[in-house]
Design a protein around this ligand. Structure first.
Ligand code: RET
Length: 251
């Protein structure tokens, strides 16, 4: 008999809670932008778009949309009888990848602008990030037992290293050049981002990759990470920006 790994009431409730938090963050961040002149709203606009996008994605997932079943055939070997196979159908929330392909480049753009990176390095970081998310999507739909599944995962990890390199090397250098205050803040919020972001591929490997985590547990893990990476990151960035004129951008 095939096994179905699906979301239950706990997972659905979690998705609704995160959706509400993203809507609240959208209201707070757009409200904050009214307290600064139009020419100083770029971080506010970017950060509001991030939480609006996440809110829409969570609304889709909470209402049962943006989900597909990944079919996995597991081979079971026995001692005295021929091998048997076991079909697993696991829900993959592809709406996350739609969300991430829009929001992760924007989160990086926030950090790149804060650091004052040049256009070439910004573009490399953003494109490497989009490659990371899309090859991660290919990995999510690769069937078990095919080498390309973890192959796509490896490509995504290499792209992620390119992102880290751009921010940690070029970003840190230009942030330091903007002065001690900006350099210190970039180090703190960049370090926070690095830790949170690195947990995503670990969760992916345990949940989607090797199915050692239930769909509900996967939803809860990503929920915690998404709240830290978007509303908490955004609030930290916007409040600090408002009290630190050195972080102003001229574009
Ligand atoms: C995947 C799987 C393939 C390998 C790697 C991944 C990295 C994902 C990351 C996601 C970050 C998401 C954020 C969401 C917004 O809140 C695609 C999971 C490296 C880093 C910050």
């Amino acid at each position: 008999l095939p096994e179905y790994q699906t979301v239950t009431e706990t997972g659905t409730r979690t998705l609704w809670v995160v959706m509400v938090l993203m809507v609240i963050a959208s209201i707070v961040f757009s409200g904050m932008s009214w307290n600064v002149p139009i020419s100083r709203r770029l971080y506010h606009v970017i950060t509001t778009i991030i939480v609006v996008t996440a809110g829409i994605s969570y609304f889709a997932m909470a209402t049962g949309h943006g989900i597909a079943y990944n079919h996995v055939v597991e081979r079971e070997s026995h001692k005295h009888v021929p091998d048997t196979t076991h079909d697993i159908y696991r829900q993959v929330f592809w709406a996350r990848y739609v969300d991430w392909s829009i929001t992760t480049p924007l989160l990086l753009l926030d950090l790149c602008l804060l650091a004052g990176m040049n256009g070439g390095n910004i573009l490399i970081a953003l494109v490497a990030d989009i490659i990371m998310i899309l090859t991660g999507l290919f990995a999510a739909f690769g069937s078990e037992g095919t080498p390309q599944k973890w192959g796509w995962y490896a490509i995504a990890c290499i792209a992620y290293l390119v992102v880290i390199w751009q921010l940690a090397y070029h970003g840190r250098a230009t942030a330091m050049a903007k002065g001690g205050k900006v350099g210190k803040f970039f180090g703190a919020i960049g370090g926070f981002t690095l830790v949170i972001w690195t947990i995503y591929p670990i969760i992916w490997g345990i949940a989607d990759g090797s199915r050692h985590m239930s769909v509900d547990e996967e939803i809860i893990a990503y929920a915690v990470l998404d709240i830290l990476a978007k509303p908490i990151f955004g609030a930290w960035l916007l409040f600090t920006h408002m009290s630190m004129p050195e972080t102003n951008v001229e574009i």
